[in-house]
Design a protein around this ligand. Structure first.
Ligand SMILES: NC(=O)c1ccc[n+]([C@@H]2O[C@H](COP(=O)([O-])OP(=O)(O)OC[C@H]3O[C@@H](n4cnc5c(N)ncnc54)[C@H](OP(=O)(O)O)[C@@H]3O)[C@@H](O)[C@H]2O)c1
Length: 272
């Protein structure tokens, strides 16, 4: 039997983590929590095989690895609530912006991993970056990697990169959904049936990402591969380059990165 896992705050990302672990056949007890008045919300997770409770302390006490998946505003309250129960345990947080030092100050005897997954956890295709406090052991790191790999691809990074990762891959499903939606409407504009337009847009994004990752080729090389001289693609790319799509994406990621720091400033906490 593997370590028991508690997921505190099984909302969008916590619920996705629970589903992902259950889907993978994770051989350990999985407990999902919600606040008391919302416990009905996670009945679906119970049907899938998770234990559910509104009692965070009990869930923590009975588990070996604790995921904290509440919104950043709620982290302090939850952490104080379970601080005794997490002593000596491995705690994995998905909260954006909150530095490891913040957790450590409240619960110095727990070992913390700060992660930034994305919602593709639901289909086991997330990219999750994570950083660890100095007390996290090599054995812990093995467990973290094993669990995060159930959800997709993961990579340990330095904490100073976490805001940028939050802004890039953490939010990327939002940006890419805009691109897929825009492509779908572009298909409608040129007369494609709705379903055909939707699937051809989404599958083309999926396929291009896979192609780049599996071939290891630079994205510019793929662009070059599909651009026939005097053909149709270069006609479209000419229009796109004039639309400032590249600086628009750069500004979006930069704005989200800066927002992380602004959120911490408003709370009076710093990254280090
Ligand atoms: N969504 C994403 O794509 C994504 C990606 C990467 C990281 N994250 C991070 O993951 C965390 C969760 O985000 P989310 O989008 O999943 O938010 P969410 O859907 O609001 O999930 C958080 C859940 O925790 C519940 N909760 C609040 N206080 C609680 C408590 N004391 N005990 C137990 N449960 C409690 C909330 O209930 P109420 O709604 O009643 O408050 C809510 O259902 C955030 O810190 C975010 O930065 C999210």
């Amino acid at each position: 039997m593997k370590d028991g896992v508690a997921v505190i705050g099984a909302g969008v990302i916590g619920g996705a983590i629970v589903k992902s672990l259950l889907k993978s056949g994770y051989d350990g007890k999985i407990t999902a929590t919600e606040i008391r008045r919302k416990i009905e919300k996670i009945k679906e997770l119970e049907k899938l095989g998770a234990a559910i409770t509104w009692d965070n302390e009990k869930a923590t006490k009975e588990s070996d690895i604790i995921f904290i998946c509440v919104r950043p505003n709620d982290v302090e309250e939850v952490l104080k609530e379970i601080s005794k129960e997490i002593e000596g345990k491995l705690v994995i947080s998905t909260a954006a912006t909150i530095p490891l030092g913040f957790y450590k100050k409240i619960a110095p005897k727990a070992r913390f991993v700060r992660t930034m997954p994305n919602i593709a956890v639901l289909v086991q295709e997330a990219f999750t970056a994570y950083c660890c406090d100095n007390d996290v052991t090599a054995e812990d790191k093995g467990k973290v990697k094993e669990i995060l790999e159930v959800m997709g691809i993961c990579e340990e990074v330095e904490e100073r990169h976490m805001d940028a990762i939050t802004a890039l891959s953490g939010s990327a499903p939002g940006y890419i959904s805009i691109i897929i939606e825009a492509l779908m409407y572009a298909g409608l504009k040129v007369g494609l049936p709705r379903d055909l337009s939707f699937y051809s847009s989404a599958q083309s994004v999926l396929g291009t990402g896979k192609l780049i990752l599996e071939t290891g080729e630079h994205a510019a090389k793929i662009r070059d591969m599909v651009t026939t001289p005097g053909g149709t693609t270069i006609e479209a790319i000419y229009e796109l380059e004039g639309s400032q799509i590249r600086p628009a994406l750069m500004r979006a990621v930069e704005a989200a990165t800066k927002k992380c720091e602004k959120i911490r400033e408003a709370w009076g906490i710093s990254q280090t």
